[in-house]
Design a binder for this molecule. Structure first.
Ligand SMILES: O=C(O)CCC(=O)C(=O)O
Length: 268
C-alpha cells in the first residue's frame, strides 16, 4: 500500500458575511484543485470560509447543522474521487440549542463523512468566545488507513492538544486557519514546533486577503516530521501542492524515540 499522499491547500480570500460568494468561490476552487494533474489525494480549505469573522451576525449566517456544507462538499469529494478536509465553517447546532461552533468536516473519496471537529480553543482577541461555543472533543480521525488529526488556528498554541492527537496515533495534522498579520513568526514557529515535537506532518491552510483592518497573510505550509517546510505559499490566493510520505513519520519516530522516552508520571 502506498504511503504517499499529494495534498492541495486552497489558500483563498473570504468575504465577511457574504455566504453565497464564499460558497461559489470555495466550490470553484475545490473543483479546480481536484481536477489538477497530477491529481491530489486530499484537498484542504481554510477556517470559517462560509462566513468569515461576521461574528455579530453569526447566528443568522451560520449553516444549520452544516447541512449545506455537507451536501455540497461531499458531492464534490465523490465526483472527483478526492478526500476533502473542508476547512471549517460556522455551524448553527440544533444539538446545542442554536449555538454556533467553528466546525471542520472531512470527507473521503466516496463522499462519506470521516471527520467532524469543533474548535476547542476560542480566540478572545477576535471575540470568538462572545459569539461561538467551544468544542469538547479532540479531532482524531482516519484518512483511509492513515491516522490523522485536525486542529483549528488558535488551537496550535496548545501543544497538549497536538500531543493528545499524536498519542492517539496521528501521523498528519491538518490545520485550517484565519491567522493574521503581524504574527507570521508565531504561525511558522508554532506549526514547526508541533511537527518537530510530535514527529508528524503538519498541513496548515491559511486564508489570504483583507477584512476591515485585519490582513491575512496566507503562507499556508506543509511541514515534514523533521520540521522542514517542504512547501509554502506567498500572501496571495493560491493553491499549494505538496507530496508527503507517511513512512517518514515512522522513520523519524524510530530514530529519536520521543514517545517511548516520555515520563508522563513526572509531569502529568
Ligand atoms: O493565535 C493567533 O495569533 C491567531 C489565532 C486566530 O486568528 C484564530 O484562532 O482565529
Amino acid at each position: 500500500m502506498s504511503t504517499t499522499l499529494r495534498i492541495a491547500l486552497i489558500q483563498m480570500d473570504i468575504e465577511v458575511g457574504r455566504v453565497e460568494a464564499n460558497f461559489a468561490r470555495a466550490e470553484r476552487k475545490l473543483r479546480e484543485a481536484a481536477a489538477a494533474s497530477p491529481k491530489p489525494d486530499v484537498v484542504v480549505l481554510p477556517e470559517m470560509w462560509n462566513t468569515g469573522y461576521a461574528l455579530t451576525e453569526i447566528r443568522t449566517l451560520a449553516d444549520p447543522d452544516g447541512e449545506r456544507t455537507r451536501a455540497a462538499i461531499s458531492a464534490i469529494a465523490r465526483e472527483y474521487g478526492v478526500n476533502v478536509i473542508a476547512g471549517s465553517i460556522a455551524e448553527r447546532r440544533t444539538d446545542r440549542g442554536g449555538a454556533v461552533t467553528n466546525t471542520v468536516y472531512g470527507f473521503d473519496r466516496e463522499g462519506r463523512e470521516i471527520a467532524e471537529y469543533a474548535k476547542i480553543h476560542l480566540f478572545q482577541l477576535m471575540d470568538e468566545h462572545l459569539h461561538l461555543e467551544a468544542g469538547d472533543k479532540p479531532g482524531h480521525f482516519a484518512l483511509g488507513d492513515i491516522p490523522a488529526g485536525v486542529m483549528i488556528c488558535y488551537d496550535i498554541r496548545f501543544p497538549e492538544l497536538a500531543r493528545k492527537l499524536a498519542l492517539d496515533g496521528a501521523k498528519v495534522l491538518f490545520v485550517p486557519a484565519e491567522w493574521p498579520h503581524p504574527r507570521l513568526h508565531h504561525w511558522r514557529t508554532l506549526l514547526q514546533a508541533r511537527a518537530i515535537e510530535n514527529q508528524m506532518y503538519v498541513v496548515a491552510c491559511n486564508r489570504s486577503g483583507v477584512s476591515g483592518a485585519t490582513h491575512f497573510f496566507g503562507h499556508s505550509m506543509v511541514i515534514d516530521p523533521w520540521g522542514e517546510v517542504i512547501a509554502e505559499a506567498g500572501e496571495e490566493e493560491d493553491v499549494l501542492y505538496a507530496d508527503i510520505d507517511l513512512a517518514l513519520t515512522d522513520e523519524v519516530r524510530g530514530r529519536i524515540p520521543v514517545f517511548a522516552d516520555r515520563r508522563p508520571s513526572v509531569y502529568e
